[in-house]
Design a protein around this ligand. Structure first.
Ligand code: ATP
Length: 230
């Protein structure tokens, strides 16, 4: 350590900034540009180090995905390519049983520490069902929630959800990121895209084009392997 001059106060080093990490969970059946563009814009809006895109092995609140978790992960990796700050994170594929988001957040919290700014990002359609999730209060103990607008899903909030989020909403990213967890922010991202995996699957089943709805590497892989063809 360098000694400081007598009479001058010791130089106080800035503490290292807490990591800023988001989880964007989903079925990704398959990943499309709505997911990827939202992840990039979310990273910019919150100055995040990384957005972990985490495919659910067994999504709790919906029917069985059309293709295996491993294939959805492969498509996600192809979709992300070398995009800075986006990560295809396989951690839910290594767990047995339903993919509870609170367990995933707990494992991120353990990895990145108590001071990390941890965000669970989700689209408005997924947010509308939040009160039905397992142990939703625990989600707020572990992370902030950031709700991303989707142009094709704009319904008002059910009463139980209103009660769950009471007192948590903040108005901007700086306020949210001043603490490690517990807040709620709604974001309207610049390139809101009305793309859904449902529509992508429907088009593929009908042999119609999906060009420009998903990255070309994803399109090529699923056409080459005849995925979602019925
Ligand atoms: P499906 O049509 O099969 O229900 P999806 O397109 O909604 O699928 P998911 O994998 O269920 O995709 O979504 C993962 C997360 O990404 C969810 O939080 C969802 O709200 C969000 N999301 C999906 N599509 C978009 C989009 N176009 N814009 C913003 N967020 C999106």
């Amino acid at each position: 350590m360098t000694p400081h001059a007598p009479g001058l106060p010791a130089r106080v080093e800035d503490p290292p900034a807490a990591p800023r990490i988001a989880m964007l969970g989903g079925t990704f059946d398959p990943v499309h540009l709505g997911h990827l563009r939202s992840a990039v814009e979310l990273r910019e809006a919150l100055a995040l180090d990384r957005v972990h895109m985490i495919p659910a092995s067994v999504p709790p609140l919906r029917g069985e995905p059309r293709v295996s978790p491993e294939t959805r992960l492969t498509l996600l990796r192809l979709g992300i390519g070398d995009t800075p700050g986006l990560v295809a994170d396989p951690r839910e594929l290594h767990r047995e049983g339903p993919s509870w988001s609170a367990d995933t957040l707990a494992s991120l919290r353990e990895e990145f520490g108590a001071e990390a700014r941890l965000v669970m990002a989700l689209g408005h359609d997924a947010f509308l069902r939040l009160a039905e999730w397992r142990d939703p209060e625990r989600l707020f103990a572990l992370a902030h929630l950031v709700v991303v607008d989707r142009p094709d899903f704009e319904a008002p909030l059910p009463a139980e959800l209103d009660a769950l989020i009471a007192g948590r909403e903040v108005g901007d990213a700086d306020t949210l990121m001043a603490s490690p967890a517990g807040g709620l922010l709604r974001l309207s991202l610049p390139s809101r895209m009305a793309i859904s995996a449902t529509e992508v699957r429907r088009r593929l089943a009908e042999g119609r084009s999906v060009r420009y709805l998903l990255p070309e590497a994803v399109e090529r892989h699923l056409l080459d392997h005849g995925l979602y063809r019925d």
